[in-house]
Write a protein that binds this ligand. Structure first.
Ligand code: COI
Length: 361
């Protein structure tokens, strides 16, 4: 383990000055090595202090509960560079709270919000040159991870935990971003989350369970999968990577599923506030599949995908016949564009942050 000094103790680094070998405007959503990650260990019933670590490899006990029993959760949030060169993180306190709820569900010790924020400060400061410059459209993706690193072989929670945060400069998750609506496929043969399972928390296993359905839908030509509720298969739940939002322009409605097995997206929560500010009525409720035909626009929303327009949603039955709901005639809808521009303008510091969402580094 190599402990690093804080970059801020020497000359202050400048966002967008790291050498990536790819223009900042062309970043996708891939892993890239940066200067360091931050690590905090829970041992003897207490959390230690956040430390910067250069080596991206972890020396992990072979009995770690994360490896055997999936005792692991993560988060996703972003830092943005404003026009004046200052860097802000979007709503990190919300991620701290959501991670605490994942910890409660999987019997891991909760990391206090203050320590979570301190760790973010430290790792973003040490990687400031990897924050994409203002105007590039990119962001520094912040990925906190908390897992059982202590050994157990009986099914019990560990007594040692590791919290870490890695950071990676990113651009669009789905190729083409806002200008290319994505085609979705309803996933019929697999469920994302059981009604009283772990769908509402951000545990690693939820994403492992989606890898196969995700790959199968991609092979059929649909980059994104849409899950229905696992009990009745009649109600829309969420996309594999993100939350579902339907827009009804004639009734000025923003509709998003209300379900105890959907992950409470912070982007969705923010967009609901923005939608209300914009005069839309926000409805959080069950969305029967058949209601898809009444939406003018459908969006996938989340930290990584931001606001991604959905061009169509297809349902294939066992005989191979297909039912297709189309939105926006392959164009991005006006409401989608407005919501996207508003949230990005707040994140970029171009619009007043009246809800106090930007956290300064
Ligand atoms: C995020 O949006 O931050 C996530 O964690 C979703 C993941 C599939 C990239």
């Amino acid at each position: 383990i190599y402990h690093l000094r804080l970059a801020s103790t020497s000359a202050k680094a400048i966002p967008g000055t790291a050498k990536l070998g790819t223009p900042w405007e062309e970043l996708g959503f891939e892993f890239r090595q940066t200067n360091s990650h931050v690590r905090v260990t829970f041992k003897n019933d207490e959390w230690g202090e956040p430390e910067l670590v250069k080596d991206p490899y972890i020396d992990l006990h072979i009995g770690a509960t994360a490896l055997h029993y999936g005792q692991s959760c993560f988060e996703g949030l972003k830092a943005f560079c404003h026009e004046d060169g200052e860097v802000y993180v979007f709503r990190p306190d919300e991620n701290a709270k959501r991670m605490q709820s994942s910890c409660r569900r999987t019997m891991m010790p909760e990391l206090p919000t203050e320590k979570f924020l301190e760790a973010i400060q430290k790792v973003v400061q040490d990687n400031i040159e990897y924050v994409p410059p203002y105007g590039s459209g990119g962001a520094l993706y912040i990925r906190p991870l908390l897992f059982g690193s202590g050994p157990r072989i009986g099914l019990q929670p560990a007594d040692e935990y590791t919290f870490l945060i890695m950071v990676i400069p990113v651009g669009d998750y789905y190729k083409g971003g806002l200008s290319s609506p994505v085609d979705a496929l309803i996933i019929e043969d697999f469920d994302r989350a059981a009604p009283q399972g772990v769908g509402a928390v951000k545990v690693a296993g939820n994403y492992a369970a989606d890898l196969l359905p995700n790959m199968l839908s991609k092979k059929k030509g649909y980059p994104i999968g849409l899950y229905l509720d696992s009990k009745t298969q009649t109600v829309v739940e969420e996309f594999s990577t993100s939350n579902f939002v339907g827009i009804d322009n004639s009734q000025k409605k923003y509709v998003t599923p209300m379900s105890p097995s959907v992950l409470p997206s912070i982007t969705n929560k923010s967009l609901m506030t923005i939608a209300e500010d914009e005069g839309l009525a926000v409805e959080t409720r069950d969305i029967p599949v058949d209601e898809l035909k009444s939406f003018d626009e459908v969006l996938a929303v989340g930290t990584a995908v931001v606001v991604t327009p959905i061009g169509s949603i297809t349902r294939l039955d066992n005989e191979g016949s297909e039912l297709r709901y189309e939105f926006g005639d392959k164009q991005i809808g006006d409401t989608t564009k407005r919501l996207y521009q508003k949230v990005r303008a707040i994140q970029n510091g171009e619009e007043e942050d009246k809800h106090g969402w930007n956290y300064k580094i």
